[in-house]
Design a protein around this ligand. Structure first.
Ligand SMILES: O=P(O)(O)O[C@@H]1[C@@H](OP(=O)(O)O)[C@H](OP(=O)(O)O)[C@H](O)[C@H](OP(=O)(O)O)[C@H]1OP(=O)(O)O
Ligand SMILES: Nc1ncnc2c1ncn2[C@@H]1O[C@H](COP(=O)(O)OP(=O)(O)O)[C@@H](O)[C@H]1O
Length: 337
């Protein structure tokens, strides 16, 4: 389907060549044409007002909402509202969700387990642009239901730009990929927060994460499953969060099996978002609502019959790091109630 959109930026040839088949939707979801789009996805709840909306407390990476910048917001209803990004990015992410949500070749189990459910777009008021409602993607809040979410955002792929990107953008991304562990490991930790017993939160600043080397990444992945305060590492939760049935490792392996087959999409610059409930997890067993999800699809390209070796390579690398931590950490025998 084609949306007529007036007064919008010209689509770049790169964008069109990126999506010859899968991305049928072409049009900026602007306040002008938003109503049309909106009809295709009936809103799951009444439209929130400014006072209902706040930046997500547990956001660990990406653009953040502030008085001067657009960023994601939540309203406590279990939905996550991500503002459409400038240029063709926002439109592109909507197009991805449209294609992905309805594509018959995407296994429902993969869609439901590893991706946020997409509820269309909505015009919402923002603090950054008063009086100018802005279109937002309406997604499931992937951390809904977790009382004390420990979260990690891991950007997958040694390359984080789609092949058709303009040269200055390639240069910017390449500098970040080389300057972090992306090129070396096939992934980088973009953000992390860990809730310790008692509620203290450990969350390193972005510059610290960007400066991590291989040993640093290993330490952060171990810290993510530690039940301590500050910089300590005991991996007490490794078996419960990373190992076992429904743990991170088994979920990553299921995701990998799909990536070994799927040739529909190439997920440049997407992240794996890990989450568990620090208040519900116990060092002796499963529980804690372990989540493994994919987020950020502003740079997804069409797969064109080729596997996403960039994402798959990074995923295999991450799996190796996590599986090493699981095998180094003996499982604690379950004790009685
Ligand atoms: O805009 P910037 O310079 O803050 O960069 C964003 C990154 O922030 P950083 O500078 O690495 O802390 C940001 O990085 P994080 O997700 O925070 O690690 C994203 O890479 C973002 O890209 P996109 O949302 O995937 O398009 C990046 O946006 P673009 O480089 O794609 O514009
Ligand atoms: N559906 C979601 N539910 C809960 N948190 C999310 C969701 N999507 C993203 N996030 C949070 O927001 C952060 C940034 O999201 P992302 O889509 O990567 O934005 P950006 O495009 O600005 O990088 C993630 O690191 C995560 O903490």
């Amino acid at each position: 389907m084609t949306l007529q959109s007036r007064g919008r930026k010209q689509q770049t040839p790169s964008m069109i060549s990126r999506f010859p088949d899968l991305f049928k939707f072409r049009g900026v979801v602007s306040p002008r044409n938003h109503r049309f789009f909106h009809h295709r996805h009936p809103p799951p709840t009444p439209t929130p007002t400014m006072s209902d909306l706040r930046p997500p407390e547990h956001q660990v990476a990406g653009h953040r909402a502030s008085a001067s910048k657009l960023g994601p917001v939540v309203d406590g209803s279990g939905l996550f509202y991500k503002p459409l990004q400038a240029g063709d990015r926002g439109e592109h992410e909507v197009a991805f969700y449209e294609a992905f949500s309805t594509h018959p070749a995407v296994p429902p189990r993969i869609r439901d387990t590893f991706f946020p459910r997409f509820h269309g777009t909505r015009l919402l008021p923002t603090e950054a642009r008063p009086g100018e409602p802005h279109p937002h993607l309406v997604l499931d809040d992937l951390l809904a239901g977790l009382e004390a979410p420990s979260v990690a955002d891991i950007k997958i792929g040694a390359i984080t730009w789609p092949p058709s990107s303009p040269e200055p953008y390639v240069a910017k991304c390449l500098a970040k990929d080389r300057g972090t562990t992306s090129v070396l490991l096939g992934f980088r930790v973009s953000g992390v927060r860990v809730v310790a017993p008692g509620g203290a939160v450990w969350s390193p600043e972005r510059p610290e994460l960007k400066a991590l080397d291989t040993a640093g990444v290993r330490r952060v992945l171990r810290r993510y499953v530690s039940s301590v305060s500050g910089e300590g590492v005991d991996c007490a939760l490794a078996a419960a969060v990373y190992g076992g049935e429904g743990g991170v490792l088994s979920q990553l392996l299921e995701l990998k099996a799909w990536f070994e087959e799927q040739t529909l999409f190439h997920f440049y610059s997407a992240s794996i978002l890990l989450g568990y409930d620090a208040n519900a997890v116990s060092s002796t067993g499963v529980g804690g609502g372990v989540r493994v999800k994919l987020v950020d699809f502003a740079h997804v390209a069409e797969g064109d019959g080729v596997i996403d070796h960039n994402f798959l390579g990074g995923l295999c690398s991450l799996i190796k790091f996590i599986s090493d931590i699981v095998s180094e950490t003996p499982e604690k025998p379950a004790t009685g109630p």
